[in-house]
Design a protein around this ligand. Sequence first.
Ligand code: FAD
Length: 476
Amino acid sequence: NPILLWFRKDLRLDDNHALHAAATSGRPVIPVYIREAEASECGPLGAAQAWWLHHSLAALQEALDALASKLILRQGDAQTVLEKLLAETDAEAVVWNRRYDPAGIAVDTRVKKALRDKGIEANSFAGQLLHEPTRLRTGTGNHYKTYTPFWRALEHSCEPPFPIEAPEKLLAPRHWPQSDSLDSWSLPPTRPNWASAFAEMWVPGEASAHEKLEDFIDGAIDGYAVGRDFPDKPATSLLSPHLALGEISPARIWHATRGLAGKIPADNIVRFRKELAWREFCYHQLFHFPKLGSANWNDRYDDFPWHADARLFDSWRRGQTGYPIVDAGMRQLWRHGWMHNRVRMITASFLIKDLLIDWREGEAWFRDTLVDADPAANAANWQWVAGSGADASPFFRIFNPVLQGEKFDPDGGYVRAFVPELAELDSKYIHRPFEAPDDVLRRAGIELGKHYPRPIVDHAVARQRALAAHASLKGD
Ligand code: FAD
């Protein structure tokens, strides 16, 4: 009798433990992807990631076709769909890889119990993370609340398991169950169809994830430790959206860095691994604090005096704040569904500290517009910037958007790429157009307030207001 292989955030054939278990079970394998009813603590699938998911599922279908297999698409409550498929196919077992977001855990626990109660074999495997979130523990047996000891524990614990290769064949069932057509799900956003430019930057799917990894290991990782902070440089791996839907496993990435020892300066390898460890730490937080996306980790921030202001929020979302590095970041996000990490920190700081808008508003906007939207990384990083998170950046460290721009985009190449109306502006003023003399602006063809906005807040004033708001909180 067949075995059902339930794909979720592991849309890959390589290093896929559930797939390996199914392929070696000796049974015919029926791969299935379920578009689940969404009831997540961390919110529903964002529109940008829906675009990615569509193309990723198409790529997975193709890869399975090449193994003379198929991907069955169904939608609805996971338990109901699986039980129906089991009945239709006479399958007697289901396997999947575990997920660690609260909604996912709740569904999986319920499904596993229901299936086992019916005498169906139901088994889950690891693979979304380097280590299970329960594995790394402090000396006293608790979970980690700060990153550095977490990193040390991760670095010194045994290596993540060696990746396993994709199977060369999958036994097909005698009859395939019916499948929805992928197009009928209408996943890519059409109104508005902002995803039209995503393809300039991205090719979703496992093959592309592996190409990115190879390119990075052969090139940009040598220089990553310094280069990673400069948004105009192709210095980072660009693996985040592939990781978000599990098109590549973190273990595959981790082990790819092993062969570099002695060939490139070690600080680059360590720095990159430390970022993978941040991803782990975010999941560690989400696992132990399931409300990470909706509640302050540090409840001292529950009384923070936010200023809801729809007009300012809209200027931020549209990249019309008058601060070029902020605007470039928000427009990169809109254009490509992605933003460089340094600029994510700057734009998030601007929303929270210059505009005093609740970090949850920013988290929700990023979740909807990022192709790499991730329930753990997004929530944990927003809380990190807000100061409310585990091991967060102290609130009083308020980024100055002009100085950040001048430090990390010194020639203004990043700003010019995403804020074309400033393209001709002298580099001296590219991050502070509001200080440029009239003749400089005229030569660049810019009239402030017409072609490009004046700053929507005065950073120096906003900074003092933010510090005062923070000082009003009780306790420390
Ligand atoms: P690289 O520099 O090549 O890093 C390799 C991998 O390490 C990344 O792909 C990612 O999986 C992980 N990583 C790197 N930095 C971080 C970090 N700070 N936290 C957690 N993991 C990290 N990342 C997401 O994957 N999804 C999100 O929804 C997300 N939201 C963010 C929101 C804010 C406000 C901020 C400040 C950061 C956010 N990040 C998020 C983290 C980070 O910006 C991206 O992971 C990174 O920019 C992805 O680019 P890359 O793959 O080239 O990274």
